[in-house]
Each structure stands twice: as C-alpha cells, then as structure tokens.
Design a protein. Structure first.
Length: 337
C-alpha cells in the first residue's frame, strides 16, 4: 500500500472521528473491547459461565415475596445500566432478601459481563441469569417473561416487571409495596403508579398512517399477583401462542387491558395503586428506530383484533370466577366505586 493511499485513509478516519461525540466514541471502543474479551475466552470457561449464571446462591428462599423479571443485553445496547440498577436497588431497599431477580440474557452476548455482575452482587441479592437464544428480541418479551417465572420461588407472591435501565428512587420502597399488597385480602391485583381510570384508557392514534394505531395505556413497571396470573395461565393453555402475559410483547399494555375488561364487563376493580418507585433512565425510543417502530405498530394493531380481545376477556372471566370462590369476602374489596 503506497503512502498517498495510507494518508487518504487516515484523513477519512479523522473526518469520521470528528463527527462522533466523545461519549459515543468511548461507548464504541468499550463495545469493541468487550467483544474481543468475550471471543478470547476458551470454550471450557464459557461453559462454566453458562452453568453458573442460573444457579441460586442465597439460601434464604423462605423470605422471598416478589419475583422481578426482565431481559438484559450488553452488546449493541446503549441502555444497559445494570450495575446502577442493582446499586440503587441496594441503596433504596429495606430488605433485599424479599426479592429474587430472574434475568434473560442471550447466548451471543457478553456473558462474561453478566457473570462478573452476578459475582459482585450474589451475596447481597438473590440474582440468577438465564441464557437462551436471542430469538426476536423485544418481540418475544411476553414469552421470556412467562418462561422466567417458571423458575420462581414458590413462596413469591407477585411478579414485578422491570428493565435494566430502571433506577430505584423511593427510599424503603419495598416496605410500602408490601403494605399495599397486604391491603388486598383476596391477593388478586395489578399494581401501577397511575389510577385505574388512567390504566384502562385507550391512547392514540400514533401513528395515523398508513393505519391509525391505538393502545391501552397501562403503565411502566406493573406488578401482578401470581394468583391473578395463575388464572390467566389456565386460559392461555387453551390457545396456541398465548402465555399468562398475553400473546404479544406489550407486557405493559396487557395488564391494563385485563383491568379494563374486569371493570367494563364485571365492574370489578383489581387495581392496586402504588407510588412511583422507579424511573427509567435509558435513552432508547421506539420511534427513533424504523424497524422497531414497525414492530410496535404491527403488535398494537394485532392487539385489538377481536379474537385476541376475546381471549383476554376470557382471562378476566377466569379471574372473576376465582374471586367468586371467596364467598366471605366483603364486596367492597373487589367492587369498584
């Protein structure tokens, strides 16, 4: 290669680097380093990591009350704030042993990062990672959430759906959350920071073309009792492609529509309003990625198909059937005002 060509290539690289923000450049270099580190690990050590990630390490399972699930990815993800997530969890939580974390990770990701994260927190947090194929990513969210909870502690009372870019901002939030849960005597609830009226609101349209797209508002980071999910699971087993969290990836909208069906069809309110315990700190936005925006629109259009709504209505009916078994339960606990 002659000197002039080398100089031309170097000038092109410098022009490109000038357009990159320093923080973006650091992230790109960090990603390159992580890829090189992961690829340098020998097969035997990778197999060791795969065996260690899903192992339980804290022998205080009788104290577990809430199961937390989410997916995490390091490669190609600007919003992986997992270290800050667990740091703020420990700082804001009164009793960390009340929680277990079941986290989905991908076989083709930086498994070494997750392994080191587990080793860092495993003595203070009941933390397990479950590696699997990447699949369709976000589009399979309902599948891997429902798969993760099959590994839950039987003593756990509820599922809390979070994300790797959440930050805990409410001191002793766990005490307040358990107080809210204990106030529901029948133990069938869906908890959100918004009101019931807000949770069941139909939002949209956005976008409006080529077809108007609507969605049930729901809320970020819902908490659902396992009693309620056992009822939805009974119905889900009857239909191909369905899980206890629906048949589509919008696991925040599904709880809102179950609440909506319970209220509109039966005038039963299983909503539990909770304070805003978490803040999303990531910068990711669906509308900024055309491919993901298309997945979102297609999913929401599927959500309101009559045959899909009918299954969710049947799930709501199953919850009501369970509630009716509590013949001594005062009506005021389940009837909406």
């Amino acid at each position: 290669m002659n000197k002039a060509l080398i100089q031309k290539i170097m000038r092109a690289i410098k022009r490109r680097l000038k357009k990159i923000h320093p923080s973006n450049l650091w992230w790109i270099l960090n990603q390159k380093y992580r890829c090189c580190r992961m690829s340098s690990l020998n097969h035997k050590y990778v197999q060791h990591i795969l065996q260690e990630l899903p192992k339980a390490t804290i022998n205080r399972e009788h104290e577990c009350k809430i199961t937390v699930t989410f997916g995490s990815r390091q490669f190609g993800n600007r919003d992986n704030l997992l270290t800050k997530f667990f740091t703020t969890f420990l700082a804001m939580t009164e009793n960390a042993y009340h929680f277990e974390f079941l986290i989905k990770v991908d076989f083709d990701d930086d498994l070494f990062f997750f392994y080191k994260t587990k080793k860092r927190f495993e003595k203070r947090i009941n933390l397990r990672f479950f590696p699997s194929e990447r699949g369709r990513g976000y589009a399979d969210m309902h599948i891997w959430h429902s798969t993760l909870i099959k590994n839950r502690n039987p003593a756990s009372r509820a599922l809390l759906i979070l994300s790797e870019d959440a930050e805990f901002t409410y001191k002793h939030w766990d005490r307040k959350l358990l107080e809210c849960m204990d106030s529901i005597p029948h133990n069938y609830f869906i908890g959100t920071p918004c009101t019931l009226e807000q949770a069941i609101t139909i939002m949209g349209p956005n976008p409006t073309i080529p077809e108007p797209v609507y969605w049930v508002r729901g809320d970020d980071y819902p908490i659902l009792s396992f009693k309620l999910l056992e009822a939805t699971e009974r119905v889900a087993r009857k239909y191909s492609g369905w899980t206890c969290l629906g048949n589509l990836f919008n696991v925040d909208g599904f709880p809102g529509d179950i609440l909506r069906s319970l209220w509109l069809r039966h005038k039963i309110n299983c909503h539990m309003q909770i304070p805003l315990f978490f803040q999303r700190r990531g910068v990711f936005c669906w509308s900024e990625n055309p491919k993901r925006a298309q997945v979102r629109s297609e999913t929401l259009l599927q959500f309101f198909k009559k045959e899909h709504q009918a299954v969710r209505d049947e799930m709501a009916d199953a919850i009501v059937e369970d509630l009716n078994k509590f013949s001594l339960l005062p009506k005021m606990f389940i009837k909406g005002k």
